[in-house]
Write a protein that binds this ligand. Structure first.
Ligand code: AMP
Length: 361
């Protein structure tokens, strides 16, 4: 019998991954009457602590996956680095939303850029690099100013080396672990933006407003909405993001990160087929948050209207920033969200805060 397309409230959503994105998705699922079952290799994970049940096992533990599959009605994931075999096994008996294709493309920067360029969507100039000799050739082609990024498993600036005119290439090559990579030309951007798109089982897509993202230490620091860009750029960014969701036939969420160049060109940097840090402001700034929209799409419910009702600044709390919780919770205007992580290591995302103002656009 084919698995049901629509999971009724009181059903169980299986989530691969136990981080803060899974935690906030599980909280949003609970609001709609769903239970979540988290599958993660991590003990005491932020998501498992708010979910109805959890399996702590490796992603390639076939027995644990079979038990998980028997306990849930639909499967989704909150991070990208899920092995193909895991998804393949779960897809035999359950809907996995979004499915393997968006995951496959997002897992590898080469696949991602090939896909985007194949769709006619511009990116920074890039070249595939598999050796130091390749890197030397790539720099010869694109110029000695760019970023070398490992093709797989990179996030928050990990596995990346900035190559400036005086950077020795051998050093950069060793910095990314001498593994398959892409070399991208440096984009002298005016700002960075991101769009979260939800797409339902009826294949209709709804995009949240464009977020302006400000990075610090290779990681999102602040999100500003509305983004300080021309209206035509916002329209183009949302249209491109929806076109990507359509082309990958996403059922769930996909977040598209983009550069806006000084000539007002929009270049796609990367994408993630899941809720995203740049969309956390939707929890306080919209009638439906990215997490509830995600749950709706994954469960096969209709999507809600993602309209925004305020201007918003969101600030990430990274590492020791979370020690300010007394001050932040004493600010009556601050919407504080903490992830319950036991240890505040440097560079670890511990929570976020949003501040709302009356809508100006
Ligand atoms: P990524 O992991 O690809 O999202 O890169 C992290 C951050 O590094 C981006 O948000 C940008 O701020 C910066 N960055 C990455 N690639 C480039 C590029 N080609 N040109 C300029 N800045 C970049």
């Amino acid at each position: 019998m084919a698995p049901p397309r629509i999971i009724a409230p009181s059903g169980t959503i299986g989530i691969l991954g136990g981080g803060q994105l899974g935690r906030m998705a599980a909280l949003a699922a609970a609001e709609l009457g769903y239970d979540c079952h988290i599958f993660t290799p991590e003990d005491d994970s932020p998501a498992a602590r708010v979910a109805a049940s959890a399996t702590v096992a490796a992603y390639d533990d076939a027995d644990a996956l079979a038990r998980f599959a028997g306990a849930v009605d639909v499967v989704t994931f909150e991070f990208e680095n899920i092995p193909f075999e895991t998804v393949q096994m779960l897809e035999k008996t359950l809907p996995v939303r979004p499915g393997w294709e968006p995951l496959r493309v997002a897992q590898d920067r080469r696949e991602e850029k090939r896909f985007l360029n194949g769709q006619g969507i511009p990116t920074a100039p890039w070249v595939n690099v598999e050796s130091l000799a390749d890197l030397e050739a790539a720099v010869g082609e694109i110029g000695h100013n760019g970023v070398l990024k490992s093709a797989r498993h990179g996030y928050d600036g990990k596995g990346q080396a900035r190559i400036k005119p005086d950077t020795p290439l051998a050093e950069a090559w060793s910095e990314v672990g001498e593994e398959a990579a892409v070399f991208e030309g440096f984009v002298d951007f005016a700002c960075e933006i991101a769009v979260v798109v939800a797409r339902g089982i009826d294949r209709s897509a709804r995009a949240f407003d464009v977020t302006e993202t400000v990075q610090a230490n290779h990681m999102l620091d602040r999100a500003l909405v509305p983004a300080r860009i021309a209206p035509a750029i916002a329209v183009a960014a949302r249209e491109t993001s929806i076109a990507i969701a359509d082309a990958l036939d996403v059922v769930g969420l996909i977040t598209v990160e983009m550069f806006v160049t000084r000539d007002d060109e929009v270049l796609v940097n990367e994408m993630a087929p899941r809720p995203h840090n740049s969309g956390h402001w939707t929890q306080d700034g919209c009638v439906v948050s990215q997490f509830q929209q995600f749950v709706r799409a994954v469960a096969g419910l209709p999507l809600a209207d993602p309209a925004r009702h305020a201007d918003i600044v969101m600030k990430n709390l990274v590492g020791d920033d979370v020690a300010d919780w007394k001050t932040l919770t004493a600010d009556p205007a601050a919407c504080v969200h903490l992830y319950g992580k036991r240890e505040a290591r440097p560079g670890r995302k511990m929570g976020h805060v949003t501040w709302l103002k009356p809508k100006t656009d």
